[in-house]
Write a protein that binds this ligand. Sequence first.
Ligand code: C5P
Length: 429
Amino acid sequence: MSLPSNAGPRILLALSGGIAAYKSAELARRFTKAGCDVQVVMTDSALRFIGAQTFQALTGKPVRSSLWDEAAEAAMGHIELARWPDAIVIAPATANTLAKITHGFADDLLTTLVLATDRPIFVAPAMNRLMWANAATQANMATLRSRGFRVIGPGSGAQACGEVGEGRVAEPEEVASVVLAALAAGAAAKVVEGPLSGRRAVVTAGPTREPIDPVRFITNRSSGKQGYAVAESLRALGADVTLVSGPVNLPAPAGIRRVNCETAQQMLDATLAACADADILVGTAAVADYRPVEVAGQKIKKKTETLDLALTKNADILTEVRAAQPELFIVGFAAETEKLAEHARGKLERKKLNLIAANWVGDGRAFDRDDNALTVYWADGELAIGPAEKTEIAKQLAGLIAERHAAFAAAATARPVAKAPLKSKAKAK
Ligand code: C5P
């Protein structure tokens, strides 16, 4: 049976093998009733719990379950299928499938699609309460969350195995409403047209946390407000924005992909990954310059009058990204307590940046408050912005980024071979 394709959002509903699979029939029905175009993918284990025919009848499309199905692959190869949906929903998501996804396995169709997609992924975990509470599963969930996976549930209550506890799959009604609300918010945000339409921007924001022992860490007063405002302003100019965020108390802005991280090393890894296909990087994050040489395995006891903490330098994210991406348009921030112009221009050269936004800090200025003032420098110009609310500063800065990036892109098309955008031969720190 083949129903006509709906024009609504495309959802790839993926089932891994658990008794909760029967609930996904109701989920598929809710998605199709909401006007979504639904393609179901099932693992071999899922097929042991519920038949593919059920989903074919509900969605009007044959279920995909194998990487080796020649006819299905000829119609739409798995890489194409990974790019087809607006969202991937894994429900139920078993402990095994979540573990495989966390570690980048691609040994069946479901995990291969997850590895090959850049679309938002929702997971509805379903498993026995002890499997859910297990440190391995919890560590996997923390990793997936930090990579931007949206976790729905699990709920608590009586389980199919006869036990009572946390691990029940979220009800189809809840899964559908979370996914449909997120898609609606994304669609609303998607219609933005502007000078940065078609451009991908990455923004780092917030502080980092460098652990000392299991309960203590080194951090700073960055609130992330300026970075989040810059991300929203770039989005408002049409850019596709990924926000690489340290721990802050701010909600994820609508229409923006947020990747959460904690340490400078995690922020570096996430930024390098996000920048692989980006046009613009804006580094607003207050990255810790140093981290403890050793992280104590147990809470450090107050046995001595003084405590020496040996610190080692963190990698500079902007410098590392510049080394990997000579053609990326990179905007840095410089928080200074003296010689603003001199220090900022020094950083512009040393880190091979295209723009640097400098501000005075200390004495209650800039950090953890709603207003700010910047002077932006580039190779042959400068512009003062503010003092004003951080949101207004962000708007003007985003406008300047769009303008300078357009000039940079125009010059790049005239350049015959790839080379670093700045002429400086100065060594990065
Ligand atoms: O050298 P300084 O820390 O003053 O440079 C500030 C700029 O460099 C900011 O844009 C900040 O996000 C970035 N930075 C970085 N990685 C670090 C330290 C700072 O990307 N480890």
